[in-house]
Design a protein around this ligand. Structure first.
Ligand SMILES: Cc1cc2nc3c(=O)[nH]c(=O)nc-3n(C[C@H](O)[C@H](O)[C@H](O)COP(=O)(O)OP(=O)(O)OC[C@H]3O[C@@H](n4cnc5c(N)ncnc54)[C@H](O)[C@@H]3O)c2cc1C
Length: 410
């Protein structure tokens, strides 16, 4: 089958790009090795950042600059006013909240929120506070950063392009024929369902497979050593908790970022990231859970955590490598031969990555309409499950800390 483009990886980056190239008239197919969004996207917190998190030092950093147009781009897509149409993506919240701990440096961090971003925080009155923040110290600000359910976003885009998304066996069922390193002439697929064969002859190949990009690059004779993985150890808490989406800041650091959702049994689930997930990489799950329990006791002192169940999951952020191993300022794109490799760095930057890759792509060369009939019998990937819906997940309960230790923590 002759194609303009083949995309590897159906996370935020690959699916946004699939939409873009399809609209540009490309004959394009996306290949997914696991479940769609199975790497980072479905495990992410789904915050459509506007750059504020990256400006807490008081400076308009390069990260903040690259991200600042994104809330409007996503908002329009979510409303169906621009493409891709994301009207079936579930919005968890239309805004995030920003609150602080008692230290002076935290208040300095709050000031950092007021620099030149398009997303600005706005202090709210006591009666406007969400229940979870009713009694926290100091100012609470509202940020116009939306929070989406990443699994529904993936499903929304995938449903629009089901005819051109294929499940592959990337270990046993994928072979490249190369003209030279980085010059793919064709690829041979063996169906993971019934062993049928398919040959694809694309003019260009795009890797947006997150952590899978390194291996794919090696398979086409390119260096895999251009990627970095920064680990996180995220915390989950479920129970009778009030809805909450926001960041507790301490100086220039995000002490915790909490987003919430309702699980399939109707419980509220908190997904807890931020500094605690960075620091938690060296901790065993139970030790991290105990730390998170104490941390929530401090940042949300009036929250009743007595019947909450806790869990954790480890996940790597996969990005283009930087010289010092720090988070890249923006998207990363590498081109060699007819192979392009991309990492969005943030979910919110998927539109910029798609725009960049599409602008570098050659024009579509097949003039007829895309006909997916030859792909009809090929297996399709599912959408990955949210981390808290994993049936094998272990949940812990932690005894209420004694009032003495609780006082020390407060
Ligand atoms: C815990 C956490 C929270 C985050 N929260 C936010 C947030 O709130 N806001 C934000 O903007 N960003 C956030 N991010 C970052 C964001 O999730 C990522 O930048 C983004 O999801 C990366 O998308 P991706 O499509 O490049 O990769 P992935 O989502 O990792 O998708 C890669 C896809 O490629 C597939 N794949 C792998 N190997 C192969 C192969 N050989 N062949 C075919 N397919 C393959 C995988 O199965 C997967 O479906 C967070 C990240 C983490 C880890």
């Amino acid at each position: 089958m002759r194609l303009d483009s083949v995309i590897f990886g159906g996370g935020a980056a690959g699916l946004w790009l699939l939409d873009r190239l399809s609209r540009d008239g490309h004959h394009v197919v996306l290949l997914e090795a696991n479940a769609l969004g199975a790497g980072q996207t479905v495990a992410s917190q789904g915050i459509i950042h506007g750059g504020l998190k990256y400006s807490l030092s008081g400076l308009l950093t390069r990260s903040a600059i690259s991200i600042r147009e994104m809330p409007a781009t996503w908002r329009n897509a979510l409303l169906g006013r621009s493409v891709p149409n994301l009207t079936r993506t579930r919005l968890r919240s239309d805004c995030c909240y920003l609150w602080q701990t008692e230290s002076l440096s935290s208040r300095v961090g709050m000031l950092g929120a007021r620099i030149g971003l398009q997303v600005k925080s706005e202090a709210i009155e006591a009666e406007e506070r969400p229940a979870a923040l009713a009694n926290v110290f100091g100012t609470v600000a509202r940020l116009p950063e939306q929070v989406i359910c990443p699994a529904s976003f993936i499903a929304d885009l995938a449903d629009q392009y089901r005819d051109r998304i294929l499940k592959i066996d990337a270990q046993q069922g994928l072979q490249f024929t190369l003209g030279s390193p980085g010059e793919v002439e064709s690829l041979q697929l063996t169906s993971p369902a019934d062993g049928q064969q398919l040959e694809l002859k694309p003019r260009q190949v795009i890797f947006t497979a997150g952590a899978g990009n390194a291996r794919l690059r090696e398979m086409v004779g390119l260096s895999g050593d251009v990627m970095q993985c920064r680990p996180l150890h995220m915390v989950l808490a479920r129970g009778a908790l009030p809805e909450l989406h926001g960041h507790c800041i301490d100086g220039a650091r995000t002490r915790v970022t909490i987003t919430s959702d309702i699980d399939c049994d109707g419980r509220t689930v908190y997904q807890i990231g931020g500094q605690i997930a960075e620091d938690g990489t060296s901790l065993e799950p139970l030790a991290l859970v105990e730390r998170a329990r104490a941390e929530l006791g401090e940042v949300l002192p009036n929250l009743d955590l007595s019947h909450v169940e806790w869990s954790t999951y480890r996940i790597d952020r996969a990005e283009g490598a930087t010289s010092n191993g720090a988070r890249p300022d923006s998207i990363q794109v590498l081109c060699a031969g007819n192979v392009t490799t991309g990492w969005p760095t943030k979910l919110v930057l998927a539109p910029i990555l798609a725009q960049e890759i599409a602008s570098r792509a050659s024009s579509p060369y097949i003039s007829s309409a895309f006909d997916a009939t030859a792909l009809n019998d090929w297996p399709r990937p599912d959408v990955a499950s949210l981390p808290w819906e994993d049936a094998d997940r272990i949940w812990w309960t932690i005894p209420e800390p004694s009032s003495a230790s609780r006082r020390r923590a407060a």
